[in-house]
Ligand binder design. Structure first.
Ligand code: UDP
Length: 251
């Protein structure tokens, strides 16, 4: 059971049908009404292109047939993998009543800056759970999450906003994950672990299981290097590497 669904229709309305270009008809109470909506994956580089198929499939499963575009402020091509590419400024100019974005950019600082701009501009967020992501009991997920293929989130987990779980990662029981946290592919986050805001966990890293009342803590903005085996708390803002993971001293 999904305790908190990863947002589908963000307003929880019943989709009735569709008329013309991106115009959708909804039922609220006993009244039906139409909205023109558009969805975007922000970032058309590597990660964005990996995420787009899951976005397409997730929205289609909700019966949402609105256009999904890429937003990218640097690309010069008009179309990527069959989707229009717009700058954020051009996206803002589009005539739509409701706009939704999922930010598929790995750099958490960039993600936060873009999220703040969207909030200021009245652009909403949507989450993208891959079709085969496994999400078990009592999993709370904040807005704008991207849960890639083959990810498992087991039971009793709390996750903040704009979380990225790249392919083959897992989060086990009783973990608390902050805002703008990024898991590269294949992260093994065992039970009773706290990962604070903006932490980045590299490919294949293993976070040792914490204890009830004494969780393992990865501090705010910490970086765990690829393949690291983390057995102790990691202080905020530090980088650890290796097995067992040790502080990286930069020369
Ligand atoms: N980008 C953007 N606006 C910004 C910052 C980044 O459109 O304010 C785009 C950038 O042009 C690039 C993508 O986001 O295409 C980030 O891709 P990158 O290869 O840095 O990393 P990824 O997150 O895909 O691994």
């Amino acid at each position: 059971m999904r305790a908190v669904p990863v947002d589908g229709d963000p307003n929880g309305r019943n989709f009735l049908g569709r008329r013309g270009d991106n115009v959708e008809i909804y039922l609220e109470g006993n009244k039906s009404y139409m909205v023109k909506r558009i969805y975007a994956v922000y970032g058309a580089s590597g990660f964005g292109r990996e995420v787009m198929p899951s976005a397409r499939s997730h929205l289609s499963k909700q019966g949402i047939e609105s256009e999904i575009v890429f937003i990218d402020d640097s690309l010069t091509t008009d179309i990527v993998n069959g989707h229009r590419v717009l700058t954020y400024a051009a996206f803002r100019m589009i005539d739509a009543e409701e706009k939704f974005i999922s930010i598929a950019i790995a750099d958490s600082g960039v993600r936060e800056r873009i999220a703040e701009t969207c909030i200021r501009d009245g652009v909403a967020f949507f989450s993208i759970p891959a079709d085969n992501a496994v999400i078990l009991d009592q999993v709370e997920i904040g807005t704008g999450a991207i849960i890639c293929p083959f990810v498992s989130l087991t039971s009793n987990i709390v996750i903040g906003s704009h979380f990225h779980a790249n392919i083959y990662s897992y989060v086990a029981h009783d973990c608390v994950i902050g805002d703008y946290v990024t898991f590269a592919p294949g992260v093994k986050c065992n039970g009773n672990v706290i990962v604070e805001d903006h932490a980045y966990i590299g490919t294949g890293a293993i976070l040792r299981q914490g204890k009830v009342g004494k969780p393992l803590v990865i501090g705010r903005g910490a970086v765990v290097g690829m393949g690291a085996v983390v057995t102790k708390n990691v202080s905020a803002g530090t980088t650890v590497v290796g097995n067992p993971a040790r502080l990286l001293i930069k020369n």
